[in-house]
Design a protein around this ligand. Structure first.
Ligand code: F6R
Length: 327
């Protein structure tokens, strides 16, 4: 697992194999469907490209998706039922479809129908293959002519510079290890303006460290969650807030985070802050995500748990297979 976390930048540079029929997409709307580690790619693209991308989580395609829109279907295993269900609806509604997986039913459907299909390497846990999936979606957007030259340059430059941070993120005397230590035996409350960053931290902490975690997005947090610290009492002894900050946070969000630190200081055990490094928005988002991947790994070791195993997810998927109803 640690080697795959360290290999994030190589994954982001991966040149996925392409099959099927290519096409040009000049429309505006792009739906990216996926769950868990695969769905996290949609969140990243949505934050990076300022909401032109619509993440689709779950079984249903939004009602406003129509003939000619673009749908990208990402499932590392290729067998996630929610993603296959959205693909089925998208094909029936006449969306242009691109599929990305390491194999499974998604590959079979794509190949049968001659859909544009990008194949990523097999043998990883989906969440470990995050970089492969991101690079495949970026490549797909390039192939259909959607990604601007500026965005392509930003991607290459961000990925190029990211490897410089490997030594400072990956050692046991790094800030990543220190942050993991703060979270040990505690409830992480992860705060960010960027959903993709906060949710990747949460997912990795959940799946790798088997640790509960909670996220809240700014500024929405200020309009509800800030009142929720009086009960239950144990929060004061268990919760640790982490602010994940970038230069691209709205000016008022930066201010709000400072004020919230003052207001909530006494309500939790402690507060940490991680400032992104890098120049572009993408580089800063990827830096924070990579930072969190290391935190989740160290926390898994501190929790004496195997970061690789996901017994409950596997058991759930097995049990669901027995029941074919409910579709
Ligand atoms: C497991 C993981 C999960 C899966 C999710 C969807 O490592 O990260 O969150 O990503 O269960 O499965 P796939 O990615 O195969 O579509």
């Amino acid at each position: 697992m640690i080697n795959n976390i360290k290999g994030f930048v190589e994954q982001l540079n991966y040149d996925a194999e392409v099959f099927g029929n290519s096409f040009e997409y000049s429309g505006k709307r792009i739906f990216i469907s996926g769950m868990g580690g695969s769905g996290a790619v949609a969140d990243l693209l949505s934050d990076w490209l300022d909401g032109e991308i619509i993440p689709v989580k779950g079984y249903n395609l939004p009602a406003f998706a129509e003939n000619g829109d673009l749908g990208i279907f990402v499932s590392y295993s290729g067998n996630t039922e929610e993603t296959l269900s959205v693909l089925d609806k998208a094909l029936r509604r006449g969306l242009k479809c691109i599929c990305i997986s390491s194999g499974g039913a998604l590959e079979e459907i794509a190949r049968d129908r001659g859909l544009l299909f990008l194949k990523v390497p097999s043998g990883f846990q989906p969440r470990e293959a995050y970089g492969f999936l991101i690079s495949a979606v970026v490549k797909a957007l390039k192939i259909v002519g959607y990604l601007s030259e500026d965005a392509q340059r930003e991607y290459s430059s961000a990925v190029g510079k990211l490897s410089n941070y490997l030594p400072e993120l990956s050692s046991e005397d790094s800030k990543t290890y220190e942050v993991a230590g703060k979270l040990y035996r505690r409830i992480p409350l992860i705060y960010s303006q960027f959903y993709s960053v906060a949710v990747r931290w949460k997912n990795q902490i959940n799946e790798n460290a088997k640790n509960f975690a909670h996220i809240s997005i700014f500024p929405e947090h200020n309009h509800n969650e800030i009142e929720g610290f009086e009960f239950p009492d144990f929060l004061k002894d268990k919760a640790w807030i982490i602010f994940l900050r970038t230069d691209f946070d709205h000016g008022r969000v930066k201010l709000r985070m400072e004020v919230v630190k003052e207001i909530l200081r006494e309500e939790v055990v402690g507060i940490s802050e991680v400032w992104a490094k890098g120049e572009s928005k993408l580089e800063q988002i990827l830096y924070l995500i990579w930072f969190g991947d290391f935190v989740s790994y160290w926390l898994a070791l501190m929790n004496s748990t195997d970061p690789y195993r996901i017994d409950r997810i596997n058991s759930l998927k097995e049990r669901l297979k027995i029941h074919t109803s409910g579709g």
